[in-house]
Design a protein around this ligand. Structure first.
Ligand code: G3H
Ligand code: 13P
Ligand code: ZN
Length: 328
């Protein structure tokens, strides 16, 4: 059954768990997440980026979601627009059946340049006003995602901005966050704590210097009733990096966000944890392995099936670690 982000995260807050939000672009990713959810009795957030919507097409992606809902009637399913860049993106998502939208006003509409506070409040409050009229939920973002190691801001396409950003822009200010939530009426708030999108988040195991988890605790103190969202929360597992590189892949040494740190965040109000890279890596590592171990194989299903198994196993691990399992 389809539910809103608000309904799901209210339940998560009441019961002290977090919910991974997995990005999907196609049937295989959707099936892998739902199978994992069924395995461990977990509610689900599926999210589509603007890139996903143009890759599959709104009609196709919408029907995939309809099909998943029908195939897994016992799994509560929230369908969310990831990183909406303007009002039209958010409203058209709702027209296609999404029950939740992110209005990412931390960046300007080009999704490549940081915006100012007034722009962010204005556009996010407008989306919240409209979405709430038709019963959809809204996620906003305050603070700019990016690396505290390099000062590089995180444009939506995973590439850095021109020029370096100062630390205060890359770490959400609790007082500004409190004001933002009261002025916009968002249901959930994405925060900047030094995580960035993609595989290359940290050049070594992250410490508090570059992964500002203590900000989560401060935010939870000033906003005890706001659901916090962590973007860029793939853990980039070493075991999948190894499979990828052992079969002709070329991923340089890198660290993601440790699962334990996310679990700590969940104790302090983190309710939605965005994960895309981990499923991409597991899927393509599994496909590379097939390509190398059986070079004669040309039936794509022989690639997709191990890819789905790999994604399903990552999803299961996250559902279990975040306490989502058992809450469907
Ligand atoms: O926000 C970033 C997500 O990983 C989506 O990435 O825009 O390449 O689909 P994408
Ligand atoms: P990752 O690149 O860490 O998977 O982050 C995904 C994300 O934040 C989508 O909005
Ligand atoms: Zn994101």
């Amino acid at each position: 059954a389809r539910i809103t982000l608000r309904q799901l995260l209210d339940h998560a807050a009441e019961h002290g768990y977090g919910v991974p939000a997995f990005n999907i672009n196609n049937m295989e990713q959707g099936l892998a997440v739902m199978e994992a959810a069924k395995d461990v009795d977990s509610p689900v957030i599926l999210q589509a980026s603007r890139g996903a919507r143009s890759y599959a097409g709104d009609i196709m992606l919408g029907r995939i979601i309809d099909a998943l809902e029908e195939m897994y009637p016992d799994i509560p399913l929230c369908m969310h627009q990831d990183h909406g860049n303007n009002v039209a993106t958010c409203l058209s998502a709702i027209q296609h059946g999404y029950t939740s939208v992110m209005m990412d006003g931390s960046l300007k509409e080009d999704a490549r340049t940081p915006s100012d506070y007034d722009y962010n409040v204005g556009i996010t409050a407008e989306v919240a006003r409209l979405a709430h009229m038709v019963g959809a939920s809204v996620e906003g973002e305050i603070g700019v995602l990016g690396s505290l190691e390099t000062g590089e801001g995180d444009a939506e396409d995973g590439h850095g901005f021109e020029g370096k950003l100062e630390r205060h822009m890359l770490v959400t200010d609790p007082e500004e966050a409190r004001r933002f939530v009261s002025e916009t009426k968002v249901d959930a708030l994405a925060v900047a704590i030094g995580t960035s999108h993609g595989a290359y988040k940290f050049t070594r195991e992250p410490t508090g210097e570059v992964l500002a988890m203590e900000i989560i605790e401060k935010l939870h103190q000033v906003l005890p009733n706001t659901h916090l969202v962590m973007h860029g929360s793939s853990s980039v597992p070493k075991e999948w990096q190894e499979v990828f590189n052992a079969h002709g892949g070329d991923m340089r040494e890198t660290w993601g966000v440790p699962v334990d740190e996310i679990v700590r965040g969940i104790k302090h109000g983190v309710r939605k944890i965005n994960i895309d890279t981990d499923l991409r890596l597991a899927a393509t590592a599994a496909m590379r392995k097939v390509a190398v171990t059986d070079p004669a194989e040309f039936d794509p299903r022989k690639f997709y099936k191990p890819a789905m198994d790999a994604m399903r196993s990552v999803c299961r691990q996250r559902f279990e670690a975040f306490g989502t399992a058992g809450n469907a």
